[in-house]
Design a protein. Sequence first.
Lengths: 294, 350, 271
Amino acid sequence: MDLLIQVLIAGITIGSIYSLIALGVVLIFKSSGVINFAQGSMVMVGAFITYALVVQFKLPILLSLALTFVISGLMGMVIERFVLRYLSGASLISVIMVTMGISYILDGGALATWGSSNFTYPKLFPSFSIQLGGVKVSSVYLWSFLTSMVLLVVFLFFFKYSKMGLSMRAAADNQKVAVVLGISARRVLSLTWIITSAVATAGGILLASISALHVNLSYIGLVVFPVVILGGLDSIPGAVVGGLIVGALEAIAGVYIAPYLGGAFQQVASFAFLLIILLIKPYGLFGTKEIERL
Amino acid sequence: MEPSNRRGWPYYLLFLAVFILFPFSLFQYTKYILFLVNMTAIGVIGALGLNILTGYTGLISLGQAAFMGVGAYTVAILGTKVGLPMWINLPAAGIITTLVGIIVGTPSLRLKGFYLAMSTLAAEFLLEYVFKNWESMTQGVQGLFITPPRVFGIHINNDRVFYFLSVSLAVLGVIGARNLFRTNVGRAFIAIRDRDIAAELIGINVFKYKLVSFAISSFYAGVAGGLWCYYMTIINPEAFQLSISIDYVAMIIVGGMGTLFGSVYGAIFVVLLPEAIQRLMEVLQPVLHMEYTFAAFKQIVFGVIIVIFLVFEPKGLSEIFSRLGNRISNRKGKEAIQDGSLPGSRNTKG
Amino acid sequence: MSILQQLKHKDKIQPHLEIHDLSLHFGGVQALHQVDLEVPRGILFSLIGPNGAGKTSLINCISKFYEPNAGKIIFNGREITPFRPHAVARFGISRTFQNIELFKGMTVLDNIKLGRHIHLRSGAVAGMVYLGKAKREEERLEEFIDREILDFLGLTPIKNRVVATLPYGMQKRVDLARALSAKPEFLILDEPVAGMNREETQDMITHILEIKKAWGLTVLLIEHDMEVVMNISDWIVVMNFGEKIAEGTPAIVQKNPEVIRIYLGHAYSET
């Protein structure tokens, strides 16, 4: 029983990072119907930019963080302005592939700039650890959990009550009508991508603080899909809850199932789980079902 | 569809002569070109399969590489462990992959769009996991060696011999696909892609035909995988990972989704691109002193190409070529009208 | 037996299509409420009513696009309610669509060929080989369509045009051609002349009546054009709010006060 609790705690803490990254994907989907396969790459690049500023350019931490958010926000805006804008109304596979293409560019760029070695990440937060149910949980996990929860609440309120949030939802739902109502779809989309980049960067910094910094961090962009499906593609609380559950499930699979099946089963576990969800409840725990009309 | 063009037969004969005689030429780079053609032929078969599924039927698959892996491992296992000959193994690769495709497809094809793509993504990862971990069958990450079978006393992985096999199969693949879309099964696929609800209501069993499309696509993938195994003589799970599946999707997008020759153009493009980059880097390296690895540069260029095609010409190369072809034939038509050899009415291609 | 006699003896001959107690609701909205209908063989049966009355919902239930919550649909004496949509087409029921629903990227000919899909036997393998079974089938198919459909509906000159390039009226005609291609015994037409001018309407109606006579079809028509409905129908059912509120011959229905009230407002029903 003790082991189970420890495993669960470990899983949930990692899961909170999944939640953060999934949040970025849900945001873009909610605002534009685009499914962003480049989220993982954006996470990784965000982490690297901070690293470059802090370690290579030796700038003070707060300044570096601020600059990183500015740069990644710009990156998001560029992606929206010069690529996605031309694909509004395009088929799903076009959208998937274009974001895939962007992720290739980001990954290749990072690989070319920093190479494929492991980097130790600078300590950006006061580090301490607390005892939770017999498990030593380091502060990074607490920061990531806290960040996810704060962002959850912020975005929930944003989409439900703020004018901009409502405009975003309207633009995602029906662009033509939204424009007629005076909602600038362009501004909405730019803002969405800027926010998502910022969220991705935050996720990247936290992720790199936990594991090491390596260009392979972008793979997290794939792991995030079971989360998003479990939670529901258009649900913010779903992203958060889904992240925690998938994190926990991976940890459990890693400890209890992998020894029997061999290999790195925990990586595949979330996808096996994804298949099960797709069979039972494809729209996830909180997602809205699509209805077809004739 | 090619017009039945009586005057074209000398060209066909010429092509046939080049096709048969080229491998025996003494040109310095013949072997290298044969290698490229062989890789392209395998790509064409895989891309045809994916195009039938995604381009014509509208079902997104991110797992084409994993299905090729099934074909490759089938050929390898049947060849080494059971000792069956090539003319059984290769069709068997197609059939076994078809069965796997049906097993994967049956639960997945109730899903639409993004959710279907996700289930194929899951299938890709799960099959990769099986390739890596079912070591008793697949030798895992070490790789599985095969002794290539002989044809007329020469090993099949000889560039020249393989060329005749792979190109013939690729041509058969194109013809089979073209015929498919002249008949009711192919039309049903397109109907499903365009308006699947209406298709169901006019009597098409949509689920059944989706499954048939998945089966055919898997068959092509299996054969392509089997050929890959015979050519490479060693296969490991790395050859069938997600990035390869994405390569195939890129092939049909760059080439042109829902067109036959799109698969061919796309395969040529995606196979030749890394080679072209490699040559380019060899030329530029001493000049620019870049530390860039080949992998990084290839990734960036690949990504840029995909984005450029999707933004500027989402219908791919086949659309570009078809427009060029129209412009040329229109100009010829204009000239013919002007010099009096054709009466006034213009022939516009649709 | 003449239509009128058939109508009088409705209870004694098996109707072509029967609907018993059909109900359908979407969440809180009741689209159909305990609807009963009988369509005798060979007649032109019209379904009229204001928008939202449930007419399209009713035929969508017959096609099985919607799953009714209660009730039965019986065709040729056999209950078809449990069957899937593609099976319904195989029973001999064909339909056109309010929103056309043609495969716009395909040619006219291919769309019509798809209409005949249920009669085609070639499988995938035969198709890929083509020579032999599939080729013969395709040739017979083209012959049939040329002979019985294209010529009759005046579509031969545009048979290789891509549907998306055709004007609305032509697309409606192709939709009809597609439905006829299966050579059904029961034809459902969902607003076949909607959005057409006088001339196009006249053409379309002429075609419908001709083919009905030539093939002995039973036709179930939904239409808003009252002139058309009153002129050509053998029997009319009026719906409102998901219920049948009146039925009879055109003469009877025209005089029904409830019907007048729905279409023309309270003032007129008093006359």
